[in-house]
Design a protein around this ligand. Sequence first.
Ligand code: BDR
Ligand code: CA
Length: 322
Amino acid sequence: MTSNDPLIVDCDTGIDDALALLYLLADPGIDLRAITTVFGNTSADTAAANTLRVLELAGRPDIPTAVGAASSLRGTARLAPHVHGDDGLGNTGLPTPAGAPVTEPAAELIVRLARENPGRLRLLAVGPLTNLATALRLDPELPELVSHVTIMGGAVNHPGNVTPWAEANVANDPEAARLVLRAGWDVTLVPLDVTMTELLTEEHRLRLLAATTPTSRFAANILAHYLDVYQRNVFGSPRAACHDPLAAAIAVGEVSPELAPIVPVDVDTSDGQERGRTVAGRPGRDGSGGPGVRVALRTEGTFPERLVQRLGGVPSRTIDIA
Ligand code: BDR
Ligand code: CA
């Protein structure tokens, strides 16, 4: 099911965040009302500059970008230039954006838009959950005001990607993730269990590169860096996980997980080696483990094809990938 209710994307605009934004922006029927940024792949300020770059490239500089948390609730900030490049966008050298972020802080913007659109606002969080946690602290009624929250984060039956247990977005602010996952709103969690099965490949990149639009060529350029990082560190071949774009597609109802039990999900906030681990309870437990969260555990594995088509990639038969 799709809906044109307003959507805020909260992101740490690195490479896959940018692809997620481009995917959403390519459908004029999606009411992308604002974008808020958080530290993570890069600083919150650089994430905002990158968001502005993407919006300007896509011809949507009218969508407001608000800067959020520069560090976790505990005051830590570990960035990821080794994955996303020094500029967060694969060192692709996009020009300085013409526009600037709005002055309203991210968490305040989230609360204001939730109050202005009671029962309608959708949130898509694809970075550390610090802004959402801060918004919950500002307005404890937020869970009743927001219609749905989709979160890219966590690793349930899958190893983590920053430690053997923890996924980056949760690991960057476990306290915030715990608060958000236990707040009692309608949440879909999109963990590594599914995002690591939806893989972009070199063939996808070549099809994007062969397209003529500035956005598809930009997508191909940032994807080159991402494929290289994944080839060297993860898969040994040019394939890369489609984390944030998959969560975006689930948020707007364009991908429906084939398996998505509703279970309580807690986060390890200890200082032990499992800090940042997402721990899912058994289906059917009610109350004791906290409110239920829909956890995407299986998708078809065909989403990258849809992403490439949406971004204008040329059909596969027209590309010579030999
Ligand atoms: C998540 O961490 C970030 O590096 C990506 O943008 C994605 O949101 C994957 O663990
Ligand atoms: Ca992200």
